[in-house]
Write a protein that binds this ligand. Structure first.
Ligand SMILES: Nc1nc2c(c(=O)[nH]1)N=C([C@H](O)[C@H](O)COP(=O)(O)OP(=O)(O)OP(=O)(O)O)CN2
Length: 117
């Protein structure tokens, strides 16, 4: 067993999201957590950034994705983030969690998605 994990915790993204048109008219902040399983074992990376998943690059790409367009469901954004990680980076599996702060009677609501190649 040699299962390394790379994590991004609490990435704040600005996006237009929500079922009602009025909700999507305004920007809102979401928090995104990403857990990425690199294809290569840590022991085989030879201390090279090109051999792993660059968490800074992933953060920038997720921020750009979230700011582009608008969506009804946080499920849709989670699926797009998972596809971004798997298609552009050397990851064999990814888990995406999104927290949204829209219902005043809750701390947050959210979704979680795991995808693999
Ligand atoms: N599983 C999901 N459920 C909901 C999502 C979502 O992305 N995934 N999104 C929403 C809404 O965008 C938002 O959270 C608020 O919804 P709501 O207040 O229910 O909005 P409505 O105006 O459509 O509903 P009213 O009952 O008329 O207030 C909801 N659920």
């Amino acid at each position: 067993m040699n299962e390394g994990v790379i994590r991004i915790s609490g990435l704040k993204v600005r996006t237009r999201i929500g079922v009602p048109d009025e909700e999507r008219a305004d920007w809102q902040d979401l928090l995104v957590d990403v857990e990425m399983h690199p294809k290569a074992a840590f022991s085989k990376m030879n201390d090279e950034i090109s051999a792993t998943v660059d968490y800074h690059a992933v953060c920038l790409e997720i921020e750009e994705l979230a700011e582009t367009g608008s969506r009804h469901l946080i499920e849709t954004l989670a699926d797009e983030i998972a596809d971004l990680v798997l298609s552009r980076h050397s990851a064999k599996a990814v888990t995406v969690k999104i927290r949204k702060f829209i219902l005043p009677q809750t701390e947050w609501v959210g979704v979680e998605l795991r995808k693999s190649v």
